[in-house]
Design a protein around this ligand. Sequence first.
Ligand code: SF4
Length: 162
Amino acid sequence: MKCPWHHLTEIVDTIGGGALEGLSVKAIQTGGPSGGCIPVSAFNTPVDYESLQQLGSIMGSGGLIVMDEQTSMVDVARFFMEFCMEESCGKCVPCRAGTVQLYHLLNKFASRQATSADLVQLEQLCDMVKHTSLCGLGQAAPNPVLSTLKYFREEYLRLIQL
Ligand code: SF4
């Protein structure tokens, strides 16, 4: 189903008014806590289920959060992973244990304690949780991490301990 506002940029800039004065928009996060982050370079994307999915996000609850240039995308991923970890019902291991481990790894990045091996583990664990969790919560929980790794990988690399 097409949104009457055809592109993300119309929602962010025309309806939302963009970023605060003096700052530029960096990215948006759509679909609620397990949605993905979309960089400003992709804002000409039509607002429909398929297009958002192709970018690594979801329509989900319809929520949309706009982030300016001061935002750390690693912190964004960590924030949403904490939510998913707390919301996990615990029925299946990939989601119950996987979200905890993902949150732990993201904390290592945020505190500059992460290594290159942690980056590999972060990606592998995201893949495992996404493909083996029982329901939509676990299957979508890695989206904020995977999308920030895809579009803002340099921010993770900058935090790795040399
Ligand atoms: S994926 Fe679903 S069923 Fe499995 S622990 Fe998470 S919330 Fe529960």
